[in-house]
Write a protein that binds this ligand. Sequence first.
Ligand code: 5GP
Ligand code: MG
Length: 198
Amino acid sequence: MNIRSIILTICLLTAALLPAESMDPLKLRPLITKEEIASRLKETARQISQDYAEKDLVVVMVLKGALCVVADLIRELDLPLDIEAVQCSSYGARGTQRGALQVIGEERLQIHNRDVLVVDDIFDSGHTIVTLIEKLKEKHPSSIKSCVLLYKNDVEKATDYRPEYVLFDIKNEFVVGYGLDYKERYRGLPGIYVLESP
Ligand code: 5GP
Ligand code: MG
């Protein structure tokens, strides 16, 4: 084996042993730690538990981004509740212009006369949550509110509505982790990170 093939073997072995994330040329800057998320979740859950004490709560999770926040939130809620899920996406999300919001799974929701709490990852322009809430109102719930992990400031909003429960306000930066993805990656990171170019 010559020196070149030894170096090549070492490089290949190192690449195979490293987790996929660490080979990514994009940089992750820590923004919110898992401890900060846990502490804010406890506070928010206490508030929701008080507000919904006498209600018939249905948590509507917006997939996939809200998966971590819902999983942790429901374990802090001191309430009986049902969980339902919908998936939201905008046509043209692959770089072309945003189109109509597509909601999958909405037809299955049994929310008539019930108290709905929509839980999503990020309120950016607000288009997703506001459109979803309008659609769900057609099913005549008793009440409908929303809870988001992150609210992006300094972004032009589609609405004046602000979710009743917001865990963190952040700047207008692209974030990943704790359910949030970039091209379906990074959802499993325990904290929230800003995705930066190298
Ligand atoms: P909106 O309809 O409020 O403009 O956009 C909300 C949706 O866009 C979020 O539910 C999320 O799927 C996506 N989004 C907006 N900002 C970010 C971000 O910084 N990171 C990630 N991963 N998704 C985002
Ligand atoms: Mg989303």
